[in-house]
Ligand binder design. Structure first.
Ligand code: SF4
Length: 240
């Protein structure tokens, strides 16, 4: 991409974020603290946009990912709001199934994601008009129909994916050009970062999400945050 093309892409993304901050308040950004989400964090915090930022602290994140919270505080002077799973639900799951039962079946994995991610996500989204994600269309076979703005019927709000049109190269160009802090795991072969036991490094040429839930089929890899009732849903676009 030429620098003029990148500037056009960036301007469109900035316009989308500004529109969210003015027309869809209250709005929140769900950050996984990975590279794409640091681009959005930088754009939101440097421009002081009225979009809250939260992360899901599942209790199973890498130390490097948790370390990003302090780096964000140092760089921007802002705290990321953390949403954690219900203690009793985690304890019941672990007591009944074991700490790492998500390796045993897709159902066990989805139940762990439901407790540690989906229920806290629903709490984080409650009362907002819109939410923002760092998803990109090119990220995997499950994201090929991603749009910048979507009607999230499950949460009864708008969902924005401002980086839907960005390539991985665009993300890193922005990070390096703007000295944006990023998770050191990205330099160790982790393009996509989730919970520590469910994420591994990948080899050059592998799909960027091949390191997530690698023991399952590609079609069932989404964590449930963009899934309804355990099924991938076709979310209706509000713009095209
Ligand atoms: S990614 Fe793994 S550890 Fe994290 S909530 Fe899902 S199944 Fe549990």
């Amino acid at each position: 991409m030429s620098s003029a093309d990148f500037d056009t892409l960036l301007s469109a993304t900035q316009a989308t974020l500004a529109r969210i901050a003015t027309e869809f308040t209250p709005a929140v950004f769900a950050s996984s603290l990975a590279a794409e989400d640091m681009v959005l964090t930088d754009l939101i915090l440097r421009n002081k946009l009225a979009i809250g930022i939260f992360s899901l602290e599942t209790g199973r994140l890498h130390a490097e990912t948790l370390g990003m919270l302090a780096r964000i505080k140092e760089t921007y002077g802002s705290e990321i709001t953390l949403f954690k799973p219900e203690t009793a639900a985690v304890e019941n799951y672990v007591a009944a199934n074991g700490l790492n039962a998500f390796y045993d079946s897709v159902e066990m994995r989805k139940e762990c994601c439901r407790i540690r991610k989906i229920e806290p996500l629903n709490r984080a989204l409650a009362g907002n008009k819109a939410w923002v994600t760092g998803q990109r269309r090119a990220q995997s076979t499950t994201r090929t129909e991603l749009n910048v703005q979507e009607d999230d019927a499950a949460h009864d709000m708008q969902k924005f994916n401002p980086l839907a049109d960005w390539s991985e190269e665009d993300v890193w160009h922005y990070i390096r050009s703007n000295n944006v802090p990023y998770n050191p795991l990205h330099d160790k072969g982790y393009p996509s970062i989730g919970c520590e036991p469910c994420t591994r490094a990948i080899q050059p040429g592998e799909d960027v999400r091949a390191g997530r839930w690698w023991w399952e089929n590609p079609e069932s890899k989404e964590c449930g945050l963009h899934v309804v009732d355990g099924k991938l849903i076709r979310i209706k676009s509000a713009t095209n």
